[in-house]
Design a protein around this ligand. Structure first.
Ligand code: SAH
Length: 366
């Protein structure tokens, strides 16, 4: 008989745990045991959603089949047990002295839902409260290397975790396939989180994922994240705007080189220029900006691997930056900042002091 007064904790690290139940109702239980370090086997009479966390086993149809199955594991967790299988399982566990426990099935929400979550620029502390709440309620999380994911076991203990980014031995999942997976999971009734780096709508292809969900009739919401475009410069001490120094900032992707017309407008606009994915096209950008009239001594900062132990900031001018970037071996991921605000990063620097003094004078004149 189940005894509700028991509340035991068990170290299941490396232990073989057999979960019994349909793959969907059992998914949160499965994820919890996987997160706790168990090797999880699943006996299900139906597999509605493929579950990458478990090793499926064949559903037994005889008393001896049940005995063989339970003797191969350390613990049996019954989640969703058909009535006719119950006496067979109970008898098999009793005979083979294998622990049997029961856990409640995950509630199934129909229809499912997708939440695009901005995970911030890489530091756990910069995840929002809303992001943590969405993760805590997720059945499945699709993540990639740009979003913070080291602590997903803790943040989303009930969720399957699917890595759709590039990782050792695996290519990144193509964008169309990611969209197909998000939609398929939601249509099967799951609460889906798509965890992305920074903000989902800043060069994150979040718009495409939102459109794919809408086209399939899947409800979709967005939780904004702290974008690297602002947070990575901030970490290096660079404010993207500063009273009387820069009253606008333009964020651009360096993925594809800018046209002559765009370069001309950018120089004409002034203010701070922030470039993501810009290391590869830096030579084109620097020479283009100079050609369209940007001052040769306009400061440029390259901030690599922000929020990691390998974070590095390199400062140069628009006419020296390509050489300097080559000398230091600047590499992606990096945020580039072009503009007077870069001088503010070094406040003990005479140039920074001059910029601030000038700003103070200008604001005093108004
Ligand atoms: N949606 C993301 C940006 C995705 S594009 C956001 O809002 O931040 C990926 C680019 O972002 C990288 O090539 C790099 O330019 C920048 N980036 C993201 N995180 C970074 C970090 N921790 N340090 C430096 N650059 C970063």
């Amino acid at each position: 008989m189940p005894n509700p007064s028991l509340d035991i904790s068990l170290d299941v690290t490396g232990r073989r745990v057999l979960v019994i139940g349909g793959s969907r109702p059992a998914r949160r239980v499965i994820a919890r045991y996987v997160a706790a370090g168990a090797v999880v086997y699943l006996a299900a009479d139906t597999y509605e959603v493929p579950n990458p966390l478990v090793r499926p086993v064949t559903w037994p149809h005889s008393p001896s089949g049940w005995r063989d199955l339970v003797s191969a594991v350390d613990l049996v967790v019954a989640v969703d047990l058909p009535a006719e299988a119950q006496p067979l399982l109970v008898a098999a566990c009793a005979e083979r002295s294998v622990w049997l426990t029961r856990e409640a099935a995950a509630p199934v929400s129909r229809p499912g839902h997708v939440t695009l979550v901005g995970g911030g620029p890489g530091d756990d502390e910069l995840l929002t409260v809303a992001a943590l709440r969405a993760l805590a309620g997720a059945d499945i999380v699709y993540y990639d290397r740009l979003g913070p994911h080291e602590r997903l076991n803790e943040w989303a203990p009930g969720a399957e975790q699917v890595n759709v980014g590039k990782h050792p031995g695996h290519h990144a999942v193509p964008q169309a396939e990611i969209e197909r997976m998000l939609v398929a999971s939601a249509l099967s009734g799951l609460t889906v989180v798509r965890l992305k780096g920074g903000d989902p709508f800043v060069f994150g292809r979040g718009g495409e994922e939102m459109a794919a969900c809408r086209a399939a009739g899947v409800p979709v919401t967005v939780i904004s994240g702290v974008t690297s475009a602002i947070a990575v410069p901030a970490l290096a001490g660079i404010p993207v705007t500063h009273r009387d120094v820069s009253r606008l900032f333009t964020v651009l992707s360096g993925h594809v080189p800018l046209s002559e017309e765009e370069l001309a407008h950018l120089v004409g606009l002034g203010g701070t220029i922030v470039v993501l994915m810009g290391v590869g096209t830096l030579p084109h950008l620097a020479s283009g900006l100079a050609r369209h009239g940007m001052r040769a001594d306009m400061p440029v900062a390259i901030i690599e691997r922000g929020f990691s132990a390998q974070q590095r900031t390199t400062v140069a001018d628009i006419d020296t930056v390509v050489t300097v970037a080559g000398e230091v071996g600047a590499r992606s991921p990096a945020v580039l900042v072009i503009g007077e605000v870069v001088r503010l990063a070094q406040c003990d620097d005479a140039a920074a002091v001059a910029v601030l003094a000038n700003a103070a004078t200008l604001s005093g004149q108004r």
